[in-house]
Write a protein that binds this ligand. Structure first.
Ligand SMILES: Nc1ncnc2c1ncn2[C@@H]1O[C@H](COP(=O)(O)OP(=O)(O)O)[C@@H](O)[C@H]1O
Ligand SMILES: [Mg+2]
Length: 348
């Protein structure tokens, strides 16, 4: 295995990347490649670069998926390229959301090269000291709702979704679409059998009653969450393309966005700024742009958040990072509190 395939330091990663960019940018002077940032994300490393080709300056993001297995890294890169060519993603002619342009692949198909979007992540746009006003943030959530609806519409199969969300849980970042039954996830959390049964019955009742358009069988985006959205002067971008668009129920994406808004608002540094981040209001904007006429009930939104939270827990998996463990505990507490509410209501 070549050293370049498993970069051991940001410096080494940068050197191997710079030496290969010439293949994508003929006329590139390697001496002009500058590193803007390097990030160690949960699922990838990203390297932001600026370089000069002729008279123009270009900014790029190089993304290298994390996995100990090089075949998995290549499969992830290939999957993202496949997804980027999906016509349903373009969501008809709406143009509410854009995707970063993929320039090519390097390092023997283990890293993606894309154009860097000059903008602010949506979760940071809501944060302390952000220069983006609330009106623009809300416009972005409305764009996401409209885009999601047209994406689901463009990729619907006849018939309803069976063995799908909310009863089957698929992690957001997986490369296959294998699902875990919801009761298994709840058992793993130590929830007792009777509470699980009661919750499932209630969930069945509310998911029967949601608007028809949210009950179809459709392709889903998966990791449809606020921190994967970038607001820029050119428009709103979804920066994190999934490896595969799993067939599922629209709520897989709707609830992923809603729960991510809640996580964002509950971050310790944002709590002091409660006035600015009102998760319920943001969720309402998102929902009312997804649903044309009738809105789902507050109870169904609340209950359908549980499988989305379980999917987050699946995603965090066995990560030993302290922030991931903390996130997992916080989410589990939220899940328990919804189940307690359901139990109390049925006892009345
Ligand atoms: N094309 C891009 N332009 C600007 N920033 C980007 C681009 N692609 C990713 N990023 C930023 O890099 C970070 C990690 O990217 P992401 O694609 O979400 O990785 P992961 O799959 O590990 O979640 C995010 O903060 C994201 O905003
Ligand atoms: Mg991401």
């Amino acid at each position: 295995m070549k050293a370049t395939q498993h970069p051991e330091s940001p410096g080494e990663f940068l050197r191997s990347v710079s030496s290969e960019l010439g293949a994508l940018f003929p006329g590139l002077e390697t001496g002009t490649v500058r590193m803007l940032s390097v990030r160690d994300n949960r699922h990838s490393w990203t390297l932001e670069l600026s370089l000069r080709v002729g008279n123009a300056t270009t900014e790029l993001v190089i993304k290298r998926p994390k996995s100990t297995n090089i075949a998995d890294v290549r499969a992830t890169v290939a999957g993202v390229i496949r997804t980027s060519n999906s016509s349903a993603l373009r969501g008809g002619e709406g143009g509410f959301v854009r995707f970063p342009e993929i320039v090519g692949v390097i390092l023997e198909n283990t890293a993606l090269v894309m154009r860097r979007i000059d903008g602010t992540r949506l979760d940071e746009a809501f944060g302390i000291g952000s220069k983006i006003d609330e009106k623009r943030c809300i416009e972005s959530l409305r764009n996401l709702g409209k885009w999601l609806r047209s994406f689901h519409e463009a990729s619907t199969l006849p018939g309803g979704a069976r063995r799908a969300f909310p009863f089957q849980i698929r992690p957001y970042q997986d490369s296959d679409c294998t699902a875990v039954p919801i009761e298994r996830c709840l058992e793993r959390m130590g929830i007792n059998v009777r509470a699980i049964e009661l919750f499932l019955r209630t969930l069945e009742r509310v998911s029967e009653a949601v608007p028809k358009e949210s009950k179809r069988l459709t392709q889903t985006f998966g990791d449809f969450r606020v921190w994967n959205v970038i607001i820029s002067a050119e428009g709103d971008y979804l920066s994190d393309l999934p490896v595969v668009l799993c067939w599922d129920n629209p709520w897989r994406d709707i609830s992923a966005m809603i729960t991510s808004i809640e996580y964002m608002a509950a971050r310790p540094r944002n709590l002091a700024f409660r006035k600015r981040i009102q998760p319920e209001r943001l969720t309402q904007h998102f929902l009312s742009s997804y649903f044309d006429e009738s809105l789902p009930s507050a109870e169904s939104v609340d209950l359908l958040n549980v499988p989305a939270m379980l999917a987050s827990i699946e995603d965090l998996g066995h990560s030993k990072r302290i922030q991931d463990l903390a996130a997992k505990l916080w989410i589990e507490r939220r899940v328990r509190s919804v189940l307690t509410r359901v139990g109390r209501r049925s006892a009345q």
